[in-house]
Write a protein that binds this ligand. Structure first.
Ligand SMILES: [Zn+2]
Length: 529
C-alpha cells in the first residue's frame, strides 16, 4: 500500500542480505505447497519409523575452510547467528543454511612450506624429476618467527613453538564429521596452493571435496559459488610452487654471495627484492639528471611554468633587474571531454593510497584485506579493471539515487576471470559509517578511520568510472618571454560536472587575458627529467 515504505524496506534488506524482492506468482506458490507436502510426507515416514537412506541424508553437513578467522566469521554470519565451538584452540562456527549444516573454520594461511633440510634448498633431483619437499610450518609463541624443520626457534631459541600440524588434525577431525568439504581460500595462486594443501589433508577423510571461488565476501557471491563449485586448478598450484622454489633458490644463493662479499650475515637478497632494488637504483640515477624548470608569477595573477627554457641565466638576470616581461597572445578556447579513470587495480590503488593518503604499501594492503574479508570490497589482489554485472548494478543503484541521469555503465574489459577493486554495496563512506554504527550492517571486525579513508578512495574512483564524462573549457595561448615562445593550455571552466561530482580530480585555473605583464616572482628549480 505504501510504495515509499516498501522501497525503504527493500533497500535495507538488500544492504544486509544482498537479496532483492521478487514477484510471488501462483506458480511459485503451487511449487512451495508441493514441497511442503513432500516434507510432511517425510516427517510422517520418520514418525512411523520407516527410515531410508534417502530420508536420513536430507540434512547434509558441510565443512567450509577459509584462510582467515575474519572471513570465517563473515561467512558464518551470512546464514544467521552461528553457534561457536572451540576445538584445540580454534574457533569453529556452526550454522544452519537451508538443507545444510555449515561448519566454517580458518586454516590461518599456509600450512606447509618447503623444507630447509635435504635436497637443493628443499628440492630433490631424482633422475630427470625435480621433487619439492614440503613440511609443516612452525611458529614461535615467544617472538612470532615462522620457520620449518627445527624444534627450537631459530630467532630467539625458545622451545615454546606450535606447528601447523594442529590445523591438519583439526581439519581431519572436522572432515570426518562432514558429508562435504568446500575449500574457500582466496582467488589467486597463493589461495589455490593453500586450497590444494587442505584438499590433500582432508581427501582421505571425506570423499566429496570441492573448491569455491568468489571475489567478494557477500551472500550473493557466496551463493553463486556454492551453486558452481569446481576442482582445484593445478596450474595455479604449480605456479605457486615454482614461485616458492625461486624464492629459495634465488634468495638463499644470492644472500650467501652477499655475506661472502660484505662479511655481514644480516644482508639478504631475493627473487623480488633484488630486481626492485635495481629499479630503485636506476630511478635514483635518473633523478640525478635534472633539468631546470622556472615557475613564474605575472602581475596579472597568472602563473606559468617553463620547462628547460634556453638561456635561463639571462632570464634570471633580467628578472632581478626588474626587466622581465611576458606577453600573452593568440588566445583560443575549445571544449574538451574528460573521461573517468578505470576502477582500481592493486598497483593503481597502492600508488594513490601512498600519494593521496600517505599510506605505505604494506599498510594499505592490510587495510584492504580487512575490507575484503568484511565483505565491503572485491578481492584486492588483481590486475584487472573489468567490472562485472554485479559491480555495474552496485554503481547504478548508488548513482540513480544520488546523481539521477549521470549513470553510464562501462565494463573496462580485460583478460582473465578477475575483477577490479570496487565496493560491494552502493554506500559511500559516510553512509557506510552510519549503517555500521546504527547496527543495520554488521561486519566481523571494527573499522578504523584509515579503513574508511581507503574505502572512500576506492568507492569514489569506482562510482566515477560508471558516470558520464565531464566537459571542460580549455584556454590555449602563446606566451612570449625574452625572445622565446611557449604554448600554454589550461582548464579554466568545468562545463558539465559528470563524474567530477563524485571524484573531483580536476582543479580549474584562472583565465588569462591578452597583454604584456611584468614577472613579479620567479623561482628556478632543478627537476628530474
Ligand atoms: Zn622465537
Amino acid at each position: 500500500d505504501d510504495e515509499k515504505a516498501f522501497h525503504g524496506l527493500s533497500k535495507r534488506i538488500q544492504l544486509i542480505t544482498d537479496e532483492e524482492f521478487e514477484e510471488y506468482t501462483p506458480e511459485r506458490a503451487a511449487e512451495d505447497l508441493r514441497r511442503a507436502d513432500e516434507d510432511r510426507g517425510i516427517i510422517r515416514k520418520i514418525r512411523r519409523g520407516e527410515f531410508t537412506a534417502e530420508t536420513i541424508d536430507i540434512v547434509k553437513s558441510t565443512l567450509v575452510v577459509v584462510e582467515s578467522p575474519t572471513k570465517a566469521k563473515a561467512i558464518a554470519y551470512f546464514f544467521g547467528r552461528p553457534a561457536k565451538r572451540t576445538i584445540n584452540g580454534f574457533t569453529v562456527y556452526e550454522v544452519a543454511g537451508g538443507q545444510m549444516i555449515l561448519n566454517v573454520v580458518a586454516s590461518g594461511g599456509h600450512i606447509f612450506d618447503l623444507t630447509t633440510e635435504g635436497g637443493y634448498h628443499g628440492v630433490i633431483k631424482e633422475n630427470d624429476l625435480y621433487i619439492p619437499v614440503y613440511t609443516d610450518i612452525r611458529r614461535c609463541n615467544n617472538c612470532g618467527e615462522q620457520f620449518t624443520d627445527r624444534d627450537l626457534c631459530p630467532e630467539c631459541g625458545s622451545s615454546n613453538i606450535r606447528s601447523k600440524k594442529n590445523v591438519v588434525d583439526l581439519l581431519r577431525k572436522l572432515s570426518v564429521e562432514a558429508n562435504k568439504v568446500l575449500i574457500a581460500t582466496d582467488p589467486d595462486a597463493e589461495g589455490e596452493k593453500i586450497g590444494y594443501d587442505i584438499y590433500v589433508v582432508v581427501k582421505p577423510y571425506c570423499k566429496d571435496v570441492e573448491r569455491l571461488e568468489f571475489h567478494e565476501v557477500t551472500r550473493r557471491a557466496l551463493r553463486k559459488a556454492f551453486s558452481e563449485p569446481r576442482n582445484i586448478k593445478l596450474p595455479f598450484v604449480q605456479a605457486q610452487i615454482v614461485r616458492r622454489i625461486e624464492d629459495r633458490w634465488v634468495g638463499f644463493e644470492l644472500s650467501r654471495k652477499l655475506w661472502e662479499n660484505f662479511k655481514v650475515t644480516s644482508l639478504s637478497a631475493g627473487r623480488v627484492q633484488t630486481p626492485v632494488l635495481s629499479w630503485v637504483i636506476r630511478r635514483v640515477e635518473e633523478l640525478k639528471r635534472k633539468i631546470p624548470a622556472a615557475e613564474l608569477h605575472l602581475d596579472n595573477g597568472l602563473s606559468v611554468r617553463l620547462v628547460n627554457p634556453p638561456n635561463i641565466e639571462d632570464l634570471m638576470r633580467k628578472f632581478k633587474e626588474g626587466e622581465l616581461n611576458a606577453t600573452v597572445e593568440n588566445i583560443v578556447f575549445h571544449e574538451e571531454t574528460v573521461y573517468p579513470q578505470p576502477p582500481y587495480t592493486t598497483d593503481s590503488m597502492l600508488k594513490d593510497a601512498a600519494q593521496k593518503l600517505g599510506f605505505p604499501v604494506g599498510y594499505t594492503m592490510s587495510l584492504a584485506q580487512t575490507l575484503f574479508e568484511s565483505g565491503l570490497i572485491t578481492y584486492h589482489r588483481t590486475d584487472s579493471t573489468a567490472v562485472s554485472t554485479t559491480g555495474i548494478d552496485v554503481a547504478r543503484r548508488f548513482i540513480d539515487e544520488n546523481y539521477p541521469g549521470l549513470f553510464k555503465p562501462r565494463e573496462f574489459r580485460s583478460e582473465g576471470a578477475h575483477e577490479c577493486i570496487r565496493p560491494t554495496k552502493p554506500l559511500n563512506a559516510r553512509q557506510l559509517r552510519f549503517y555500521l554504527s546504527s547496527g543495520v550492517l554488521r561486519i566481523p571486525q571494527k573499522l578504523s578511520a584509515d579503513h574508511l579513508k581507503l574505502y572512500d578512495m576506492i568507492f569514489k574512483r569506482f562510482i566515477a568510472s560508471q558516470m558520464r564524462e565531464a566537459k571542460v573549457m580549455v584556454q590555449e595561448f602563446t606566451l612570449k618571454i625574452n625572445g622565446i615562445e611557449v604554448k600554454q593550455n589550461r582548464i579554466t571552466k568545468i562545463l558539465e560536472e559528470g563524474f567530477l561530482n563524485v571524484n573531483p580530480i580536476i582543479t580549474t585555473k584562472k583565465e588569462a587575458a591578452e597583454g604584456t605583464y611584468k614577472v613579479v616572482h620567479m623561482k628556478v628549480r632543478r627537476e628530474p627529467t
